[in-house]
Ligand binder design. Structure first.
Ligand SMILES: O=P(O)(O)OC[C@H]1O[C@](O)(CO)[C@@H](O)[C@@H]1O
Length: 542
């Protein structure tokens, strides 16, 4: 199937023409947001979500062309093909079925080598049974004690999404088991984790699809040594989440239990598989995890069934493309005015940048347009005391605010200035979006604010397992829609390979040095800085 290249779509040509107008003063947001009907025209509601994109630098013509772009790129058709199990990850010849993990049944005609739903249901039943046995102490530690903590040993998609959801959920639900995350190969990450747990009541969950990821395998080695030093049998303290047939899925491997993750679900899309399912069920119970899955499924249904104009993830994807490819913003910030969502941005950073940071189209041609932009974020109001100086007076970037109407803690907890803390929080979120849009004239140019800086605001009624599921699936669907419209494959990640190859080369030099003390780095072809760093690592201090 030959697809017209992104830049050759007529909607792109029209959007390029329209974008040229947007530098004229009459298109300044301070004028545009005075239109009473603007909020009504540029906002969407769905199941407790309110998506306000009225402070984006758009007008009716731009939205019309963006919707044409979605149609010309056949975005909804591709999304339906993905969710039905067609091969959308062309370079790896795989389907992308993270939506099946929460109940969207793919078309059996597309599933040749595996009964996807029975496999997903089998693993979920195994998780439900295992976590219940842990909670009821039917499964105890090597010293006969009930488990109190669990450490996720994994990196990238094997922990980021789980950490985001756990951090948010523990704000509203007391965990049965406390989760900790061991991701970095930095030995101090391990050192900090073991300070926080009792070895006798700690379960270790190795999460790795490949079971070859350097950091995870190095951390597993530390854990096995730690268990040995504490006279604890790994077969009573270790479980694995890995692909069928990986080195970790070996019955000879001494583990308490092993759970499968699947090739048809990529790491950064795997929170609703056993990658998130096992740790979150241990923390909160399988019922809570099921409610989270239901929230994801509700957003999946919205994303696949809702017409383009009312489709929140699709509209958000189109605006993201307008900002990156036509208004040329190089970054995008995610600023939840909700401390419980503190780990959302790190998860979306990998989800978005590992999905969209590509150099070729889905059919292998070099890209000749922007693909992914830089995603970053911190909770507000903290961000106001960190990088909002640049947001207001430096090189501009779009901001995505997220507000949660009802906090878990007492909403009417007395604050200062005659308002409650929660009202103070919201006053700031609203003010920041307004200041970015309106700006402020001042003869003293150091105090001049250009304004005309775009933002969206996503308002969520309250944080529940369901609304968190909707939020996770919103970002997944938005990322996928953006990739389909840009004409790239959002599901492979060859860009992470070169660094790993070079690291293994340097590792081999270091291994040689470890074995042969007389070995010096002068004998090998390394750039001066690398030689200096290696000499410093072995021979001296800075
Ligand atoms: O689950 P694995 O195989 O250890 O991979 C961990 C992570 O590394 C990557 O492959 C590259 O960052 C991610 O896509 C993945 O989530």
């Amino acid at each position: 199937m030959v697809q017209t290249r992104f830049n050759d779509l007529s909607a792109c040509k029209n959007l390029n023409r329209l974008a040229k107008n947007f530098n004229e003063d009459k298109f300044h947001l301070k004028h545009m947001i005075q239109d009473k009907k603007r909020l009504e025209n540029f906002s969407l509601k769905f199941d407790g979500f309110f998506y306000d994109f009225s402070k984006q630098r758009i007008d009716d013509r731009v939205m019309e062309e963006l919707l044409n772009l979605a149609k010309q790129a056949e975005a909804k058709k591709k999304f339906s093909q993905m969710i039905s199990g067609e091969i959308v990850n062309i370079t790896e010849n795989r389907a992308a079925l993270h939506t099946a993990a929460r109940g969207f049944i793919p078309d059996p005609a597309n599933l040749t080598d595996m009964d996807v739903m029975s496999e997903i249901n089998r693993v979920n039943s195994q998780i439900k049974e295992f976590s219940a046995k842990i909670h009821t102490s039917q499964i105890r530690s090597d010293s006969g004690k009930s488990f109190k903590d669990a450490v996720v040993i994994g990196i990238g998609g094997s922990y980021l999404g789980c950490e985001f959801v756990y951090t948010a959920l523990k704000n509203c639900i007391e965990p049965n088991i406390n989760l900790h995350f061991l991701s970095n190969v930095d030995i101090d990450n391990f050192g900090q984790v073991i300070k926080a747990i009792d070895p006798e009541t700690c379960l270790w969950i190795v999460i790795s699809k490949s079971y070859t990821t350097t950091e995870t395998m190095a951390n597993l080695k530390q854990v096995l040594l730690f268990l040995k030093n504490n006279n604890l049998d790994p077969s009573s303290h270790l479980v694995t989440v890995t692909a069928k047939g990986s080195p970790g899925d070996n019955p000879a491997n001494p583990v308490l239990d092993s759970f499968h993750m699947f090739d048809f679900i990529g790491g950064r899309y795997s929170v609703t598989s056993a990658v998130g399912g096992l740790p979150l069920s241990l923390a909160f119970g399988f019922d809570i995890f099921t409610r989270f899955l239901n929230g994801c499924h509700a957003m999946d249904l919205h994303a696949v069934n809702t017409p383009e104009k009312e489709n929140i993830p699709l509209i958000s994807a189109l605006i993201s493309i307008w900002n990156s490819n036509f208004l040329h913003y190089p970054a995008q910030a995610i600023i939840p005015y909700c401390s419980a969502l503190s780990e959302l941005a790190p998860h979306v950073q990998q989800l978005y940048m590992e999905s969209l940071g590509k150099g070729v189209t889905f059919d292998g041609k070099l890209i000749n347009h922007k693909t992914g932009v830089i995603i970053f974020g911190e909770p507000g109001t903290n961000a106001q005391h960190s990088f909002f100086q640049l947001a207001h007076q430096g090189s501009p970037f779009p901001v995505e605010f997220i507000g949660v109407v009802t906090p878990v803690y007492n909403k009417d907890q007395a604050g200062s200035n005659g308002v409650y803390n929660h009202q103070e929080l919201w006053a700031n979120m609203i003010a920041q979006a307004k200041a970015l849009a309106m700006g402020k004239n001042d003869d003293n140019k150091a105090k001049y604010f250009t304004g005309n800086r775009p933002s969206s605001t996503l308002v969520i009624n309250n944080l529940t397992p369901e609304s968190l599921g909707m939020l996770l699936a919103f970002y997944e669907a938005r990322t996928v829609y953006e990739g389909f419209i840009l004409g790239i494959n959002p599901f492979d990640q060859f860009g992470v390979e070169l660094g790993k190859i070079l690291a293994s080369q340097i590792r081999d030099h270091i291994k040689q040095k470890n074995m042969d003390e007389s070995y010096n780095f002068d004998s090998i072809d390394l750039d001066p800085a690398t030689k200096f760093y290696l000499d410093t690592l072995f021979n001296g201090s800075l």
